[in-house]
Design a protein around this ligand. Sequence first.
Ligand SMILES: C[S@@+](CC[C@H](N)C(=O)[O-])C[C@H]1O[C@@H](n2cnc3c(N)ncnc32)[C@H](O)[C@@H]1O
Length: 266
Amino acid sequence: MGINLYDGGGMPLFMGHHGSMQAQRDRGPAAPEGVARHPRRVSSFRSRRSALTDSQSEVWDRLWPRLGRPALNPAGATEPLDADSWFGRRAPLVLEIGCGTGTSTVAMAQAEPDIDVIAAEVYRRGLAQLLSAVDRENVPNIRLIRGDGIDVLESLLGTGVLTGVRVFFPDPWPKSRHHKRRLLQPATLALIADRLRPGGVLHVATDHPGYADQIAQVGDDESALRRAAPGEPLPISTDRPVTKYETKARAAGSVVREFIWVRPSG
Ligand SMILES: C[S@@+](CC[C@H](N)C(=O)[O-])C[C@H]1O[C@@H](n2cnc3c(N)ncnc32)[C@H](O)[C@@H]1O
């Protein structure tokens, strides 16, 4: 985990395959027209211990084959995701990148049973906690992907398939030398905008002031997105539950900033 690298020198590394870098260079497909290729990728996540408890392992073994999948298969090959057959229905699709333990994922999916939610996370124990909640609370409209959300966007999802993308409290990488690790960079915004359908929504929240400023800038600079107007009707809810992470951040005096962009129709 944590070794997906982009090439800053303009190499065609649009795909995030876990094969060798050379293979990536050779096999990366053309970026969709109008979508910037990702610059060399450094991972936006840290490696974390991911041992599961016995009960999490039991749930994982029972449910992961049906409700979960890796972002990339072991050979590095990818096929577009068939969300309709995975969920067993056709419904508006939302991707949450970096769901952590899935507190928001579960609450928001339960609040909107007519929307299907894919939760992407690299942290296996977080996914296991989410899977346990899905099992315990019998939530039918969540599927889980283990891996880099950028790989999910690049490799599994086509242009215009998403009604929403959620990124709540992305790792802030506060030191300047780590800013390149931040998830929300111009190339990511372009990729997200491409995967959103017209009218689709990007919803971001962060408690880090510097990252918030960067997010505001890159989101506003993305020409395929515009800020949602106050009170504008949106195709997905933007009501978030307050997670443990957010409670701690607020207790430490942080201000949470929230951003909503829309892919304009037509
Ligand atoms: C600060 S936590 C926030 C978790 C959750 N969204 C919340 O609000 O409590 C950020 C999470 O994003 C995950 N993450 C970071 N970069 C990611 C990426 N490129 N793809 C998937 N998950 C990522 C990390 O593993 C971590 O669990």
